[in-house]
Write a protein that binds this ligand. Structure first.
Ligand SMILES: [Zn+2]
Length: 417
């Protein structure tokens, strides 16, 4: 079969032609398309979509095996089921390139967003406003979506701004645009008059988007029999697209220096922070996983013997996210920057407790920071189809894959194969 729209992995895009704005031959639509057109066309097809309760989930009962299936379905974006989302939506142009204008000090946001735009699942989710259906199948028998008022953060302000932006990127024939609405929402925490950190922005954006898709009332528990149980609890009560794509779970086990009792704690995570002491990502990651000793004066109180003791903390990844962020801790608290080259590969192998491994991850995006912390600039490299693109605010151009290993790398994004 030749390359065509019927090939779901191809997404109807000739990826090698990504840079040519004037090339109409890759336009998959027969009629002139407006953003709203594309939206409504795609939205009508959401009956089989994992988050939509009107179809497949409304009939699910409370039988425990059904419940398991439900969790599995709900987990459809997560690391175990690649490409499922793309299979279902052949119409939006998800891997389009577009520049982002920078009126003042916005490179931290632009570089971060370009990496987000390289994630088709995320683009589609926001472009088709699926966040309005997030909890529609919660409690199995509910047939309508939960109201935004029931979410931690009501109003879909951030989701709507993200939606508009993703829709513009997917459907616009412009060469550049400005993330005006989204930028406005962050004007207090990321003032225009200062430079900001791209990682702070990503974390802040993620947390807002999560809160608009997460119920206020949900059971909180920290007692789990094992990692499987902890992860299932997390999946069940954190259904946002951000959780589905970017969150995994880590187990921290502390062994009391006095009675030797081991206590486990499970924490969700969406980035692995690496010290810049090592010369490669792999070594830095080994460093991250190595045991930590908490000294007596760091006041760890053992639950078993109730003494304030020295303890050993052991870390193990319970579940790797589908998209995994690594952060090189280049910035010190005294505002100085570690400029050291840290090598990384385009393909890495990782392990987790639930899926075992080795799990193959491929480099998907890089956010780079050049110069000093106070006067620096952010750009990004993102993989679109088989091609790497270098994004620098309003401009973008292809870059050879041999050039993406760069000493300025600050944040890396890997995708599970
Ligand atoms: Zn103890």
């Amino acid at each position: 079969m030749s390359k065509s729209n019927t090939n779901p992995k191809n997404l109807g895009i000739e990826s090698s032609k990504e840079f040519s704005i004037d090339d109409d031959s890759r336009d998959p639509f027969a009629e002139p398309e407006t953003a709203e057109n594309i939206f409504s066309k795609t939205y009508r097809n959401t009956g089989s979509f994992a988050f939509n309760g009107k179809g497949r989930f409304s009939r699910v009962g409370r039988d425990p095996s059904e419940e398991q299936k439900n969790i599995k379905e709900r987990n459809s974006y997560r690391s175990g089921s690649p490409d499922r989302f793309e299979d279902r939506y052949p119409s939006l142009e998800l891997q389009k390139n577009i520049g982002l204008r920078n009126p003042k000090n916005d490179c931290f946001m632009n570089a971060s967003l370009q990496v987000m735009f390289s994630i088709p699942e995320l683009m589609k989710f926001f472009a088709t406003k699926e966040y309005k259906n997030v909890y529609s199948f919660e409690e199995c028998n509910k047939k309508k979506a939960y109201s935004s008022k029931e979410m931690i953060l009501p109003g879909y302000k951030y989701c709507n701004a993200m939606s508009k932006l993703c829709l513009d990127v997917c459907s616009s024939f412009k060469k550049e645009l400005e993330a005006t609405e989204l930028r406005k929402l962050f004007k207090k925490s990321f003032s225009k008059s200062h430079q900001h950190d791209a990682n702070d922005f990503i974390l802040s954006l993620f947390s807002k988007l999560q809160d608009e898709q997460t119920l206020k009332k949900r059971p909180v528990s920290d007692k789990f029999a094992n990692e499987q149980e902890a992860w299932e609890h997390y999946v069940k009560h954190n259904p946002s697209i951000i959780d589905q794509l970017f969150f995994g779970m880590i187990q921290r086990s502390s062994r009391c220096g006095s009675c030797k009792k081991v206590a486990h704690r499970y924490e969700s995570f969406n980035q692995i922070e690496l010290e810049c002491e090592s010369s490669s990502l792999e070594m830095a990651y080994q460093g991250f996983l190595s045991d930590e000793i908490m000294k007596k004066n760091q006041s760890y109180r053992c639950d078993e013997c109730h003494k304030v003791v020295k303890c050993r903390i052991m870390k193990e990844i319970v579940k790797m996210p589908r998209y995994l962020f690594f952060l090189f801790k280049r910035f010190n608290s005294n505002m100085s920057k570690i400029t050291k080259m840290i090598k990384y590969r385009t393909k890495i192998l990782l392990e987790d407790k639930i899926d075992g491994g080795p799990l193959e991850y491929h480099l998907q995006g890089i956010i780079l920071h050049s110069e000093s912390r106070r006067g620096g600039h952010y750009i990004s490299y993102a993989k679109k189809g088989d091609n790497w693109i270098r994004f620098n605010d309003a401009s973008y151009k292809p870059i050879k894959s041999k050039h993406i290993i760069d000493k300025d790398a600050y944040i890396l994004l890997y995708k599970r194969a």
